[in-house]
Write a protein that binds this ligand. Structure first.
Ligand SMILES: [Zn+2]
Length: 125
């Protein structure tokens, strides 16, 4: 469902990552304002008015879930480096590799030690 649009205003949904409370407003600049429920000061503008299943999942969580649901035969990870994109293909010790990504990368799939390095795509077979 797209944001409801009328002539004068658009309704937006902001979500508090802390208490998961939804707040609705026509104000498009409400992001980072305190949550009306818990006063947490980082509500996030959501793309849809309706809650979508899995919308609270981080990129890292989606990555790990995709791996767990695969047959764990092959892991293909595209990593954005300052010099370009590198494809990393693994077919053994995949559980260990998944552990490595879980520890070394943050919830947005950026390398914790150097956030200019990030996972931009992946495929598990
Ligand atoms: Zn809140």
């Amino acid at each position: 469902m797209k944001p409801v649009q009328t002539k004068e205003w658009t309704m937006n949904r902001y979500k508090c990552p802390k208490c998961k409370g939804n707040q609705f407003t026509s104000n498009p600049n409400r992001e980072k304002e305190p949550c009306i429920y818990c006063r947490n000061e980082s509500t996030v503008l959501m793309p849809t008015l309706d809650e979508k299943p899995g919308e609270d999942e981080t990129k890292l969580r989606k990555f790990l879930n995709a791996f767990k649901q695969s047959q764990r035969l092959k892991m293909v990870v595209a990593v954005q480096l300052p010099t370009g994109i590198e494809l990393i293909i693994n077919s053994d010790n995949l559980d260990k590799k998944a552990d490595y990504y879980m520890n070394a990368y943050n919830s947005d799939l950026e390398l914790k030690n150097n956030t200019s390095i990030k996972i931009v795509d992946y495929m598990f077979i």
